[in-house]
Ligand binder design. Structure first.
Ligand code: ACO
Length: 439
């Protein structure tokens, strides 16, 4: 029997349908609420709003569960690869041997960017933020592939997805090479996705970079763990822009910008900066934690807390283990890892964090792994973007092929001035600032 919820207001009541997902998550369908009651719902920050039905990723924040298309994240992290999981997210199923080969061939075939695109890099100042470059270049990429602005069928979509995934990695590495004033490395067809990226980042004309298995495997795992996270800020951005029937490239360029923010993907950079500052200042960790608790605007425990996970972030646990393993294998002793672990320990014993259910998130240890592999701090969020790309592509497609594809257009509760008459410029008093009021 279908479930309903009853809403009462001003002496009237209405029955609303309840939609139940495959994991028994239930949501009240309020799509007819305004038409029947005149009311809208208000949910600033969307903490309680289901913006869509989606069959891509399942999260249970209370239980610390994350699954891509039904497969648990820890199993994928242990047994799959970034590219295989990307395929799963984008196309809905794990690939057969033949499909995996076909996708891999597409990635190899499309790894180069148009030579003219290289000139775009010259237009950026040498210290331009890599996320600004990435977003601009993804949009530019769309201009070099006008045929792909309209996607016609599944084969066509597979090619567009592979092109974008492959070229974004080439763009990211090229942008790094530009910022350090070194020649851009062309991709190599004999290397797999992650190793190829490391080659483009670090090979020198006189010395090819030979990444260790430990570095490749740690980075691949990191990308896989970032590959999707249902309706987060950047993915919702991609979905919203896509809902206006904007192209895949334009929608993803917007997602890159959303990810850049320090409360989202930018947190991995912010964590390392926080640890660097703590190291440099020598401030006691307890005193830093006290400042965090007092709400000092210069002290937030970056890499802690999550809108959805209220018990633990399963990705953080896997990353913490991978972090120990890669540092061990590479023989690196990083005092920042020790610092991060001590800080975590102090926070997890403190009632402020316990009562607010604040735990390390995916960004807390990921920077330490990237640092160990040699990836510069400024590139951390770009790495996150490369990892998140399959999720963005899958969500964009879901929006565009969904049965009820409508443009996203939230409403609001207006709190500004009520109707007033236009005043001629000579008759205006100007803005009344608090200082003016006081004088
Ligand atoms: N340090 C200190 N206090 C925190 C932190 C933190 N990292 N995170 C949340 N809090 C506090 C808030 O100040 C608030 O306290 P209050 O109830 O006394 O006002 C309470 O915990 C609830 O926090 P909200 O900000 O309401 O939680 P929200 O769900 O809106 O924010 C967010 C989640 C943005 C991740 C937040 O925890 C945060 O700022 N964390 C640090 C940045 C970070 O690591 N971001 C990466 C998130 S993962 C990702 O995007 C990939």
């Amino acid at each position: 029997m279908s479930k309903t919820a009853t809403i009462s207001y001003d002496g009237n009541s209405w029955e609303l349908p309840v939609v139940v997902g495959t994991e028994n998550e239930a949501g009240i369908d309020i799509s007819t609420l305004r038409a029947s009651t005149g009311l809208i719902t208000l949910d600033s920050g969307y903490g309680n709003t289901g913006a869509c039905q989606s069959n891509i990723t399942f999260i249970d924040g209370e239980q610390g569960i994350l699954r891509y298309r039904g497969y648990p994240i820890d199993e994928l992290a242990e047994r799959s690869t970034f590219i295989e999981s990307a395929y799963l997210l984008i196309f809905g199923e794990l690939p057969t041997m033949a499909q995996a080969q076909e996708f891999s061939d597409l990635l190899t075939r499309h790894q180069f960017i148009h030579e003219d695109m290289l000139h775009h890099f010259d237009g950026f100042p040498h210290d331009a933020p890599p996320m600004a470059i990435l977003s601009a270049m993804v949009n530019a990429l769309g201009c070099y592939q006008p045929l792909f602005l309209q996607i016609e069928d599944d084969d066509h979509f597979a090619e567009v997805a592979a092109r974008l995934m492959s070229k974004v990695r080439t763009i990211a590495a090229a942008s790094y090479r530009k910022t350090i004033g070194r020649p851009i490395n062309y991709p190599r067809s004999d290397l797999r996705y992650t190793a190829n990226f490391l080659h483009m980042m670090f090979s020198l004309p006189y010395k090819p970079y030979e990444p260790s298995d430990a570095a490749v495997s740690a980075l691949d795992k990191l990308l896989l763990l970032h590959a999707d996270h249902e309706q987060n800020c950047s993915t919702s951005t991609v979905r919203m822009v896509g809902s206006a029937q904007a192209t895949l490239h334009a929608s993803i360029a917007a997602g890159v910008c959303a990810l850049w923010g320090p409360l989202h993907g930018g947190a991995n950079t912010a964590v390392i900066k926080m640890l660097q500052e703590l190291q440099a200042s020598g401030e006691k960790l307890e005193s830093f934690v006290e400042r965090v608790k007092k709400g000092d605007k210069n002290a937030r425990l970056m890499g802690f807390g999550h809108r959805v996970y209220k018990n633990f972030d399963p990705r953080a646990n896997i990353i913490k283990r991978a972090c120990d393993r890669v540092l061990d294998t590479l023989g690196i002793h990083d005092p920042q890892l020790e610092l991060a672990k001590r800080l975590e320990e102090i926070a997890l014993k403190d009632d402020y964090f316990v009562s607010r259910k604040l735990y390390p998130n995916v960004d807390y240890y990921s920077g330490i792994i990237m640092k160990a592999i040699g990836i510069p701090v400024d590139m951390f969020t770009v790495m996150f973007a490369i990892g998140r790309l399959p999720g963005w592509i899958a969500h964009w497609r879901e929006v565009r092929t969904g049965a009820s594809a409508r443009i996203d257009r939230p409403r609001q509760i207006y709190t500004g001035p009520t109707l007033r008459k236009y005043v001629d410029i000579h008759g205006r008093n100007g803005i009344v600032t608090p200082q003016k009021k006081a004088s």
